[in-house]
Design a protein around this ligand. Structure first.
Ligand code: FES
Length: 81
């Protein structure tokens, strides 16, 4: 059975859809959002976003299946200011 698409609400009010395991950066681009990056290995924190209130590092995390929409917020970070 085909898995349902995951709905993602970005901070700019754009809604995108993703499959489980999709890349966060590519999905953000669909919403015209560029997630800042630094190390791309999970150690610097430049790419952090909050997914339903939980901070993740998109460079080392793929989009996970959820039975609810994913609401994205920018983690309070100087890169976003
Ligand atoms: S780019 Fe450094 S933690 Fe993701």
């Amino acid at each position: 059975m085909k898995k349902p698409l995951i709905k993602i609400n970005w901070p700019n009010k754009v809604l995108t859809e993703a499959n489980e395991g999709d890349d966060w950066f590519n999905n953000a681009k669909k919403a015209n959002i560029i997630i800042p990056t630094g190390c791309l290995s999970g150690s610097c924190g430049a790419c952090e976003i909050d997914v339903n209130g939980k901070t993740i590092r998109p460079c080392i995390t793929n989009i996970e299946l959820s039975d609810q929409e994913l609401n994205i917020e920018f983690t309070t970070d100087p890169y976003w200011n």
